[in-house]
Design a binder for this molecule. Sequence first.
Ligand code: PMP
Length: 471
Amino acid sequence: MQSEVAMSKPVNNPKTREWQAMSREHHLAPFSDYQQLAEVGPRIITKAEGVYLWDSEGNKILDGMAGLWCVAVGYGREELVQAAAAQMRELPFYNTFFMTAHPPVLELAKAIAELAPAGMNHVFFTGSGSEGNDTMLRMVRHYWALKGKPSKKVIISRVNGYHGSTVAGASLGGMKFMHEQGDLPIPGIEHIPQPYWFGEGGDMSPDEFGVWAAGELERAIDRLGEDKVAAFIAEPVQGAGGVIIPPDTYWPEVSRICRKRGILLVADEVICGFGRLGSWFGSQHYGIEPDLMPIAKGLSSGYLPIGGVMVADRVADAFIEKGGEFFHGYTYSGHPACCAAALANLEIMQREKLVERVADDIGPYLQAKWRALGDHPLVGEARMVGLVGALELVPARGDRSRKFASVGEAGTLCRDLCFDNGLVMRAVRDSMIISPPLVLSHEEADDMIARIVRTLDQTHAALKKDGRLAA
Ligand code: PMP
């Protein structure tokens, strides 16, 4: 996966050099090429405020990715710090195993249930989205065993989906380069095509393609046997795969198929949850009625690590009615300080009406400016929903089938120039993606767009000069 961090520039601050040496000597960072990391050294981020980051060289950078899609309320929120500190003074840790609980875990469970889609009233807490997906897999299989259908084990997911980096998370995800390291996926997981119209829709209209892509789920169920399939998992909008926004026909058809064929529907809300699409959950935006929803990221705005799985009553009731211990849990399931921070985060989101803001104010404001970027000669499509979007960079506008000679060359160049222009945007193959904090102001949105236009112009000029655009 391409990182957000561009190649480091010459270093002026001696502390930067010291930290980079520590990195080289001791730190194995996630999703990094260790040879490159050792040679170039990481960019060191030292502080943040609002939607801006500062690195150890004193550069101020607009964070177009909200950390890693998570810092919904922006940086520097003293309220979250105070909530976590107060909880740590009162009860820094106690587990939630073996019939035990504490106030913050219960209060948070109730608060999330009040925001979740109707009929979704229970939550199992984890430390991350990946652990949420591992929990989901075990829960789904446990559920079918309790229902007397233990052969229903297979989980269908999508090519290029992302569900985390643990063994189950990476297996559920459809990223081939992850599967190649470590003999994944584990058995019992099947991948079907993604609803990526721009890249894979061929001559079909988006609506026709949405029906076709959903139909792939039904064809997979036919192939595998309804009695073998436990669940289908998908992100409402595929994030790390490149902000793949499905055609309007996709989710209604997927929902219909899951209900008709008796398989559980899992909406991975790790990115879409907590306001990203302009509703509390992506499922509400698309009218999906999921049976389970992995959550994380925006739940605490990333201030402290917490995730979970929301469980619909029809599934939770089976656990409660049948009884018997669920042999699963993490030391940090429902960690008190993380729960306290998450509660404070949800309070801010409600008080400041951040979700409504994405739906009615900053969302439409940024979307209009974003769509206008679609006129740039380097952009084949500019798509955005809520506050998450992608720009497809293309060598020849108007021809979706034309690609750059080597995948990622334009994306990587654009991403690096973006950083030089003081903006974090992520490159996925040759699309540039953005997912800013939900508190982004109109002025900051204007600033962001101006930086993007400058970057696109520079990228276009550089590609043209090297003869890498179509004639
Ligand atoms: N699911 C989705 C949809 C995600 O985007 C991510 C993280 N990007 C995860 C799961 C995994 O979450 P974590 O990194 O917290 O384990």
